[in-house]
Write a protein that binds this ligand. Sequence first.
Ligand SMILES: [Zn+2]
Length: 62
Amino acid sequence: MARPKRFHKMIRIGPVEVGTYRDDRGREKHTAACTAPRCGFSTDYADRSAAELAARTHHCAP
Ligand SMILES: [Zn+2]
């Protein structure tokens, strides 16, 4: 049974949302996910600053 990821500390930088969750082993992971239609950018990072940097520098593919 897959549990949905429970994000907290959600922020939005441009079209990209950054959230923190705990994985199955209880470690914090940080996801940057673009909300623009058809972009599909979504990546997990081990640190929050990396996720925020990715969000800040993300440009949607044309
Ligand atoms: Zn995008």
